[in-house]
Design a binder for this molecule. Structure first.
Ligand code: GMT
Length: 375
């Protein structure tokens, strides 16, 4: 099949899932066209079956806001005609599902039928999409898509609760390439560069937005390091990084906290981690937690949204209420202070992650594309 994938190309779960899906589909023989404003961060191989088409938005002084949706719709129309694309798979409803609908209508006037598959990722529903200023357009685009998927049952429930949905929503959980994480584990893990042999390594990876509760990450670690010699590795960047650095200073733990910034080699950092923290306010799935688990890293998380579908309490880690940093800290200590308990959790985290291997999940998307084309 010839499939166009529209996504946000930045360091965010939806872009990562879209990119990994495109790569996996191209390996299965499909022709993939990424259409977005920048080459996705995890997309480093382009070739005969994997293409990238940049959406350019010309600046014009009259516009206070540049019309990205318009440029995207036009690019979709052009690319469908040029490459004979058979299905548009848009990740993140805003504004991608809306732009795809416009492209579909324009193409229909020329007798070209191209179905839209929309994947809902989380904040497009829970934080941004349900805002009254966007809600009518988001509701319309979800209902006008040929196929809709959501990355967890929890997100499906939220979508049905927050919007007036007439379309069916198929739950297809996010996935990881288990082999990639196993390979990183076997490669030379540079643990000694960040911590000494007697220290545990605790990691957090995100885009440092408010929803991630970065100050909770620091507070949980503050509790941990009082009991267990350890280092906290903070991977990513965003608006909450500066306040977190400030909090680290105020708590006097600068020596034990390392802010690494953005990385697209998360697997190489997770390979030497002992514990992952994800205390988010809301999380439709928690791809970062799954990536950690695939590396054999147990997770301490909040019990919000779709996280309980991924991180199994008492098996791959522990969950607690949003903001309950004391419980999260205590649970973390209970895992980290005992070598045999830690090893048991590491093993179980990896086992649970295997259920989300791409080999088990990519076929579900292929089937939905076939259904959409044959509608
Ligand atoms: O959470 C983020 O910061 C990024 C965001 C995105 O849209 O890229 O992630 C959402 O989609 C991910 C992939 O499906 C999910 O794993 C995240 O849980 C979800 N984030 C939220 O719901 C807050």
């Amino acid at each position: 099949m010839k499939i166009a994938i529209v996504c946000y190309p930045t360091f965010g779960g939806s872009g990562v899932v879209a990119t990994e899906l495109g790569i996996a589909l191209s390996r299965r023989g499909h022709e993939i066209h990424f259409i977005t404003y920048k080459q996705p961060v995890r997309l480093d191989l382009l070739g005969s079956t994997i293409h990238f088409h940049e959406v350019n938005v010309p600046e014009y002084p009259l516009f206070h806001y540049q019309p990205y949706e318009l440029a995207l719709s036009s690019k979709l129309v052009d690319m469908v005609k040029l490459h004979g694309i058979e299905v548009l798979h848009v990740h993140y409803a805003i504004p991608h599902a809306y732009a795809a609908y416009m492209a579909k209508q324009m193409l229909a006037t020329e007798g070209i039928h191209v179905p839209i598959v929309t994947t809902l990722h989380g904040t497009d529903i829970t934080l941004v999409g349900s805002h009254p200023f966007y809600k009518p357009a988001v509701t319309f685009s979800i209902n006008a898509s040929d196929v809709v998927t959501s990355v967890s049952q929890s997100l499906k429930d939220d979508t049905l609760r927050l919007f007036d949905i007439t379309n069916e929503i198929n739950v297809i959980p996010n996935f990881i390439d288990v082999k990639k994480y196993e390979a990183a584990k076997e490669a030379d893990c540079q643990r000694h560069l960040l911590a000494n042999i007697s220290e545990r390594i605790v990691t957090h990876v995100s885009n440092f937005r408010k929803v991630k509760r970065i100050d909770d990450v620091v507070k949980i670690f503050y509790r941990i390091q009082k009991h267990v010699p350890s280092k906290l590795i903070m991977v990513g960047d965003g608006p909450e990084r500066k306040p977190a650095e400030q909090l680290v200073k105020e708590l006097g733990i600068e020596e034990n906290v390392i802010f690494l910034g953005k990385s697209n080699e998360v697997d190489k950092i997770l390979c030497f981690s002992d514990l992952f923290l994800l205390p988010s306010e809301t999380e439709s799935f928690g791809l970062a937690a799954l990536e950690a688990m695939a590396s054999g890293v147990p997770v301490i998380s909040s019990n919000t949204g779709g996280i309980p579908e991924v991180n199994i309490d008492g098996v791959s880690g522990y969950l607690a209420n949003v903001g309950d940093v004391d419980t999260m800290g205590d649970k973390a200590i209970s895992i980290l202070e005992d070598e045999s308990v830690l090893n048991e959790f590491k093993k179980s985290a990896k086992e649970i992650a295997k259920k989300f291997d791409l080999e088990a999940i990519v076929g579900d998307y292929e089937q939905l594309y076939i259904n959409a084309i044959n509608l």
